[in-house]
Design a protein around this ligand. Structure first.
Ligand SMILES: NC(=O)c1ccc[n+]([C@@H]2O[C@H](COP(=O)([O-])OP(=O)(O)OC[C@H]3O[C@@H](n4cnc5c(N)ncnc54)[C@H](OP(=O)(O)O)[C@@H]3O)[C@@H](O)[C@H]2O)c1
Length: 318
C-alpha cells in the first residue's frame, strides 16, 4: 500500500494523484512544480541507514526528493508510506521520478535465513514489483545489492565474476539482480557500510569512552566503506546502468576496526581485546575469508578515491 501523507499537505490517504504530486513537488522544490519535470529522487527505505543519509544528501543539494517508510510514526513531509510486504500502488502520478533508489530490504542475514519465505516476499517480490512499476513510467532503477552475492572464498571478485551466494540474504540479492535485468538498472554491490549511527560501533564508542573493554572478532573480515563516502559515490553512479562494486580497499578484521576506533577516540588501546569465535554452529552466516570486491572499473566513473581504514572515522565526532 502506498500513500501520500504530509503534514503540510493533508491528503487523501489512499491515492497518489497527479495534483498531489505537483503540490508535493512544489513543497520540496519551488522551481519544480510540473509533474512532467522528471527530476524527482525517490528513496525506498528512507529511514534506513543508507536511505536516510542519501535523502539528507539530496535535500542538502537542493534536489527534489521523496522517501518511503513503513513506520506510521515517521510519516512526515516528503515521506510516503510503502510496505514492501503489501504493495498496492497508484503509479500514474510518479512520472516525475527520475531515479528510484531501492534501499529498502530486510537486511538481517539471520532473519533471511530463519524466515526465507517472508523475507523473500519483501526483498525479492516486493522490491521487484515496485521496480517494475517505476521502470514502466520511465524511472531509472538503482538497486543496492551486496558483496554477499559472492561466497567470500576469494578476494576482489569483479562485477562480471560468477555469483555464488552462500546465504539466503545473498541468494535474494542475486534473484533481484536477475529479475531487474530487463530494466537496464544500476546495480551497486556494497561491502560493509559503517557510519556513526551503526549500532555495534555506537556501543563500542560508549564503552571505550567509559573505559570499558570491547571484544571485537579477530576472525571475521569486512572491507568497510564509510557511510558518508557511500552517499557521495551513489549519486555519481545514477546514470551508469550496469553492475558496480563499491568496496573498502582491503580485508580487515573487526578487531582492527575496534583498534582504529579506539585510536580515533584517543582511548586506551588495551581496552580492545579481540576474540576468535571460530565457525559458529549452523550455517546462518558462513565464515568468509575475504570481503573485498574489485571496484577498479567503478572507480573510473567516480570523482572519489577508494576508501581505506584510515578514512573510516574521518567525519565522526569524538
Ligand atoms: N549497510 C550495509 O553495510 C550494506 C551492505 C551491502 C548492501 N546493503 C544494502 O543496502 C540497502 C540499504 O541498507 P541499510 O544498511 O540502509 O539497511 P537498513 O538500515 O536495514 O534499512 C533497511 C530499510 O528497509 C526498510 N524495510 C524493511 N522491511 C521493509 C518492508 N517490508 N517494507 C518497506 N520497507 C522495509 C527498513 O524499514 P524499517 O527500519 O522500518 O524496518 C529500512 O528503512 C539494503 O538493500 C542492503 O541490503 C547494505
Amino acid at each position: 500500500m502506498m500513500r501520500w501523507f504530509t503534514q503540510a499537505l493533508p491528503l487523501c490517504a489512499t491515492t497518489c494523484s497527479r495534483s498531489v504530486l505537483a503540490r508535493a513537488l512544489a513543497a520540496v522544490h519551488p522551481a519544480k512544480t510540473r509533474v512532467t519535470d522528471r527530476s524527482l529522487q525517490l528513496i525506498l527505505g528512507a529511514d534506513g541507514a543508507i536511505g536516510c543519509s542519501l535523502m539528507r544528501h539530496f535535500r542538502n543539494a537542493g534536489c527534489p526528493v521523496l522517501g518511503t517508510t513503513r513506520r506510521p510514526d515517521c510519516l512526515e513531509d516528503q515521506m510516503l508510506y510503502v510496505d514492501l510486504a503489501d504493495v498496492t500502488l497508484d503509479w500514474d502520478a510518479l512520472e516525475a521520478v527520475e531515479t528510484a533508489w531501492l534501499c529498502a530490504s530486510v537486511t538481517s542475514i539471520a532473519e533471511c535465513a530463519s524466515r526465507p519465505d517472508q523475507t523473500r516476499a519483501v526483498n525479492v517480490d516486493g522490491v521487484c514489483q515496485v521496480a517494475e512499476k517505476l521502470s514502466e513510467v520511465g524511472a531509472q532503477i538503482v538497486f543496492l545489492s551486496s558483496s554477499l552475492v559472492f561466497d567470500g572464498r576469494a578476494p576482489f571478485y569483479c562485477p562480471d565474476s560468477q555469483v555464488c551466494p552462500r546465504t539466503e540474504y545473498g541468494r535474494q540479492k542475486v534473484e533481484v539482480e536477475q529479475r531487474l535485468g530487463s530494466m537496464n538498472p544500476v546495480v551497486i554491490r556494497l561491502t560493509k557500510v559503517l557510519g556513526p549511527q551503526h549500532p555495534l560501533l555506537m556501543g563500542w564508542q560508549t564503552s571505550l569512552q567509559e573505559g570499558r573493554v570491547i571484544r571485537p572478532y579477530s576472525d571475521r573480515v569486512i572491507a568497510p566503506l564509510p557511510l558518508d563516502w557511500v552517499v557521495r559515490a551513489l549519486p555519481q553512479l545514477a546514470d551508469s546502468p550496469g553492475i558496480h562494486h563499491l568496496s573498502g580497499d582491503q580485508d580487515i578484521s573487526w578487531s582492527l576496526v575496534g583498534e582504529a576506533l579506539a585510536e580515533h577516540l584517543g582511548a586506551d588501546l588495551s581496552l580492545v581485546q579481540p576474540v576468535a569465535i571460530g565457525q559458529p554452529g549452523g550455517d546462518l552466516e558462513p565464515v568468509r575469508k575475504y570481503a573485498t570486491l574489485d571496484m577498479s572499473a567503478t572507480l573510473n566513473a567516480l570523482d572519489l578515491t577508494q576508501p581505506s581504514l584510515g578514512d573510516l572515522f574521518n567525519n565522526w565526532g569524538r
